[in-house]
Design a binder for this molecule. Structure first.
Ligand SMILES: *[C@@H]1O[C@H](CO)[C@@H](O)[C@H](O)[C@H]1NC(C)=O
Ligand SMILES: *[C@@H]1O[C@H](CO)[C@@H](O)[C@H](O)[C@H]1NC(C)=O
Ligand SMILES: *[C@@H]1O[C@H](CO)[C@@H](O)[C@H](O)[C@H]1NC(C)=O
Ligand SMILES: *[C@@H]1O[C@H](CO)[C@@H](O)[C@H](O)[C@H]1NC(C)=O
Ligand SMILES: *[C@@H]1O[C@H](CO)[C@@H](O)[C@H](O)[C@H]1NC(C)=O
Ligand SMILES: *[C@@H]1O[C@H](CO)[C@@H](O)[C@H](O)[C@H]1NC(C)=O
Length: 502
């Protein structure tokens, strides 16, 4: 069915309000009854009568109507049209235009409806969140400033997203405006909160993360600024041309021991047999920045976020934050030695120890900014690696592929990169990537060494960070994320890889 013109115009008017920029018909949208209509003479009696749309115009148009009842009781009416010839061609043009417009309108309306629906869902969630924060506001339990810092960071991030969304809507959607106000309000609320239950804060943070992701999706669904290289090729595969970028960090949480535990490592176990299995580990060093004594394991990311259902273990022999976990085994440098060990994460006992031949240790060639990490384990699609230096290499990075069961060295590569001038390193598909510090806000992936080809070279990929120093970087091939320990905060980055041409 074809909508009537006045209906169409009313809707057009609404659309103009709701999504001005979505409309791409040339002339400006009608904002009053006398404005022009595409393809129709605005001065003609037809357009003015139609576009004014009401009953008044009809009587005005057919103003010269006379009626009377004749002798035989029949009602007689005569009408004088102001124009002598009926402008059929104009009506046809008008109908044609109306048809074209209604089609275009349907298309645009369905788009707008889609966005509006999405936004109203987020709006509800945000409201829910606000209500819950208000409830929490009344609680008086424990308060940790750090958790608030995290919430503030996340809310800020969300605020930015909404502003972006708003811009892409041409700044004219009431709903997005509302969303923005509510997020601002939430920021204020969070700032005002002084007494809070810790677990509630974390639950809220979890929701914020989810909300943020959905906002991102909404943004991406507009298709205009879709991220360039993700998601294919499939994670876990090496059919790509190497790392080309990293996302901004997302703050997962503060390590469970707190703010003063600035040194450590964290990550997600990678099992080549069960790649989608979840096992997260967090290993903050003691405050001396050297002894690895306690670590925690979580079976889901939710448990980790809420600090619940953790298995906490104690060892007395770990050194530095070069730890990695692969196939349910944790690999560590043994305290005060060049020995390395495999800890079975089912039994939590040392399954194997080996000496890493010629490896320098005890701060002979650790990374810049991070002590006691002369021996740094790495996991990638191909298995277990160790990054270290030797006296013979004069401090340059040496990469060895290890047998992850026996810890025997399978193969070794010698790079030209001095290890103490890099801040950290990780492996992806047999390629070593090293970082260096640009400033207090950013690191840079500046160097690579490809063990597949023996080639090495420069890169300039900026990695934003929360805090000044990066203590460790661990890569998970399944979710293709970096797990970074940043002065006590646990950060996540998505890696972007170069897609090979088909
Ligand atoms: C109505 O018609 C009569 C003649 O039929 C004419 O004299 C008069 O001016 C018309 N009135 C209007 C308002 O057009
Ligand atoms: C609000 O949050 C509560 C608690 O998580 C949940 O049970 C409820 O379904 C949420 N409501 C909406 C509309 O999202
Ligand atoms: C934002 O907060 C102010 C004052 O706290 C309140 O009056 C206003 O209604 C809030 N707006 C929304 C959209 O929640
Ligand atoms: C790399 O990623 C960052 C963060 O997502 C983005 O701001 C930047 O534009 C990207 N750089 C390139 C060259 O794609
Ligand atoms: C760890 O120990 C358990 C129990 O002894 C054993 O079943 C499992 O195979 C071990 N895992 C590895 C990877 O050696
Ligand atoms: C590691 O060593 C074990 C025992 O010698 C052997 O069975 C296994 O195949 C080796 N794995 C690799 C990847 O070389």
């Amino acid at each position: 069915m074809k909508p009537s013109l006045s209906f169409l115009l009313a809707l057009l008017f609404f659309l103009g309000q709701a999504a001005g920029d979505l409309w791409d018909v040339g002339p400006p949208l009608p904002s009053s009854s006398s404005s022009s209509f595409p393809g129709v003479d605005s001065g003609s009696s037809y357009s003015s009568s139609h576009s004014s749309g009401g009953r008044g115009s009809v009587s005005q148009f057919f103003s010269n109507v006379t009626g009377f009842v004749d002798d035989r009781g029949t009602c007689q009416c005569s009408v004088s049209l102001p124009d002598t010839t009926f402008p059929v061609d104009r009506v046809e043009r008008l109908e044609f235009t109306a048809h074209a417009l209604s089609e275009k309108f349907e298309k645009e309306l369905s788009k707008v409806k889609e966005y509006v629906q999405l936004i109203s869902v987020y709006e509800k969630k945000l409201l829910n969140l606000t209500v819950r924060i208000e409830i929490m506001e009344k609680d008086i339990i424990s308060y940790t400033e750090l958790d608030f810092e995290l919430i503030k960071v996340e809310v800020k991030e969300m605020e930015k997203l909404v502003i972006q969304l708003k811009e892409s809507f041409g700044g004219s959607s009431e709903i997005v405006d509302q969303l923005e106000v509510e997020i601002r309000n939430m920021t204020l609320l969070v700032e005002k909160l002084e007494t809070l239950d810790k677990n509630n804060v974390l639950a809220i943070r979890k929701e914020i993360v989810a909300l943020k992701n959905k906002l991102k999706e909404c943004e991406a669904s507009k298709g205009e600024n879709a991220p360039l290289v993700r998601p294919s090729p499939t994670p876990g595969s090496c059919g790509h041309g190497g790392v080309v970028n990293v996302s901004k960090p997302s703050v997962v949480q503060l390590n469970w021991k707190g703010f003063s535990y600035k040194y450590g490592a964290w990550g997600r176990d990678h099992s080549s047999q069960h790649p989608n299995k979840e096992l997260y580990w967090v290993a903050p060093l003691n405050t001396d920045g050297r002894l690895l004594e306690y670590y925690r394991l979580y079976n889901t990311i939710d448990d980790l976020l809420l600090y619940i259902n953790a298995r906490e273990l104690r060892i007395t022999y770990g050194q530095g934050s070069g730890t990695a976990v692969y196939n349910n085994n944790m690999y560590v440098n043994l305290y005060n030695t060049r020995n390395i060990a495999r800890i079975n994460l089912t039994t939590h006992s040392v399954a194997v120890t080996q000496t890493l031949p010629d490896a320098a240790y005890n701060n002979r060639f650790s990374y810049a900014n991070v002590a006691w990490q002369d021996i740094d384990f790495a996991v990638d699609e191909n298995g277990l690696w160790v990054i270290y230096s030797t006296e013979a290499s004069t401090g340059n990075m040496v990469i060895s592929k290890l047998n992850d069961t026996t810890l025997e060295v399978l193969n070794t590569w010698y790079t030209k990169q001095y290890k103490p001038s890099a801040s950290n390193a990780f492996m992806v598909c047999g390629v070593l990537y090293a970082t260096r510090t640009l400033n207090t806000r950013a690191e840079e992936i500046f160097y690579y060494y490809d063990t597949n080809t023996g080639k090495e070279g420069k890169l300039d990929i900026v990695m934003w960070k929360m805090q000044e120093k990066v203590q460790s970087i661990n890569y998970n091939p399944f979710d293709r994320k970096l797990y970074v320990y940043n002065d006590g905060y646990l950060l996540n980055y998505d890696l972007f890889v170069l897609q090979k041409p088909q």
